[in-house]
Design a protein around this ligand. Structure first.
Ligand code: HSE
Length: 441
């Protein structure tokens, strides 16, 4: 390698342009920190003519990112194209096989192909850095992979999708519906035109699988995540949670259990006084529980051009400094196979909202079905008015529907499933039951 680290950058979207502008405008400062000049030699994107607010004529242009990845004129290939296949995958593979270091922000690619790519990177003696792939500007990859290596990590969880956290925050603070908040998120540019990947939990799942591997030394297994999004969360659930002392957050959780590792993404009720409950709006946060550190919370911007570019450039500077770490924290050969703990074995408290016929005996019958499954109830309340929860064991036969809300003590998902099936068979329920896991953290 010469005294200049030569960069090829593919993908000039929000993150790509921020990274390019920052690498150029901070060139001297970055060189001082890196101990080496960092020079963007070549770029590639879909359109050469689009106005991006920066003169691109100083950079060698490649129509084909794969050709750029293999170019003799670069030392590091920076992939900011996105997606788990197509030119993103092809160019990263090509760069690794051509002996180039790779820096990427691509969570989908690492989640799906991370094991194989890490293996090839090791075989070719190159780095594969992906700090920007999880929680944007928060340096969580470095924290888990490098700064916390002296710990045995028992759990890692977090809010890793700003779109969902923005929606849930506004639903709670303003009593708005999911649809109203989603429209605002799109208008403000937080949510994609097609927000499915975010609101259905897939984006969080990708990030979680990467953290799971780093935290527990296991192969990345993106097929083994239980995923539930936030589209079914109603303002009634959010206000009931609030009155009970909880907030609803979309959490990604990876946890060691006696039967394996739980990897799950779902709306979760968290106590209002927990650190994770304080994270509002588009902010992300990751909590790491380790035997030496106790619990550490990292919070910050999980998306956005400049914040994500900050992580991309830090990865490049690491390479300039000669800091090369195995992509998954240890050789791929040394990773354990991922052993999944099935969601039905999950233990925890549950919030259950049942819309039932307002008839004599329904309340008692529900309590009986819970008792049959040995589920202890912390509370069982009848939600008579939207703004007020009231315990009322004697429903009057008004012929209308009522919401009954149950909070359970710790039990298993299997027992909850069995109890709800029995209640359904009793014919009292008039709508799909709402079940939200409670994290007592
Ligand atoms: N769309 C994501 C979010 C950011 O809303 O947080 C990129 O993963």
């Amino acid at each position: 390698m010469s005294h200049t680290l030569k960069i090829g950058l593919a993908g000039l979207g929000t993150v790509g342009i921020s990274a390019l502008k920052r690498l150029v405008s901070m060139q001297t400062n970055i060189a001082e920190k890196a101990g080496l000049a960092i020079d963007v030699r070549a770029i590639s994107a879909r359109s050469r003519t689009k106005d991006r607010g920066i003169d691109l004529s100083n950079f060698h242009w490649y129509d084909d990112p794969v050709a750029l990845a293999k170019s003799d004129d670069i030392d590091v290939f920076v992939e900011l194209i996105g997606g788990d296949s197509g030119s993103a995958e092809a160019s990263v593979r090509a760069a690794i096989e051509a002996g180039k270091h790779v820096v990427t922000a691509n969570k989908a690619l690492i989640a799906k192909h991370g094991n194989a790519l890490a293996r090839r990177a090791e075989a070719n003696g190159v780095a594969l850095n992906f700090e920007a792939a999880v929680a944007g500007g928060i340096p969580v990859i470095k924290a888990v992979r490098e700064s916390m290596t002296a710990n045995s990590i028992s759990r890692i969880y977090g809010i890793m999708n700003g779109t969902c956290n923005y929606i849930l925050t506004r639903m709670e603070e303003e009593g708005l519906s999911f649809d109203e908040c989603l429209k605002d998120a799109q208008r403000l540019g937080y949510a994609e035109a097609d927000p499915t990947f975010d609101v259905e939990g897939n984006d969080t799942a990708h990030k979680l699988t990467i953290l799971t591997s780093l935290a527990f030394g296991t192969e990345i297994d993106s097929e083994s995540v239980t995923i539930e999004g936030i589209t079914n969360i109603t303002s009634a659930d959010i206000s009931a949670a609030s009155e009970l002392g909880y907030r609803v957050k979309l959490l990604g959780v990876a946890k060691k259990t006696q039967t394996g590792i739980e990897q799950r993404v779902h709306p979760t009720m968290v106590p209002k006084d927990s650190s994770i409950a304080q994270i509002s709006g588009v902010t992300n946060a990751v909590v790491i529980d380790g035997d030496a550190i106790g619990s550490v919370t990292l919070a910050g911007p999980g998306a956005g051009g400049d914040a994500t570019a900050s992580a991309v450039i830090a990865d490049i500077i690491d390479l300039a400094r000669g800091l090369e770490v195995k992509p998954l924290g240890r050789p791929v050969e040394a990773l354990d196979p991922f052993k999944k703990s099935e969601i039905y074995a999950h233990k925890g408290g549950y919030y259950i909202r049942l819309r039932v016929n307002d008839l004599h005996g329904v309340f008692a019958s529900i309590a009986t079905r819970m008792a049959e499954q040995e589920i202890s109830l912390e509370s069982i309340v009848q939600h008579k008015k939207r703004s007020k929860l009231k315990v009322d064991a004697e429903l009057k036969g008004t012929g209308k529907h009522q919401d009954i809300i149950l909070i359970t003590y710790e039990t298993t998902e299997n027992r909850i499933h069995n109890a709800i099936e029995a209640i359904k068979q009793d014919g009292h329920i008039v709508d799909t039951p709402q079940v939200i896991r409670i994290a007592r953290i």
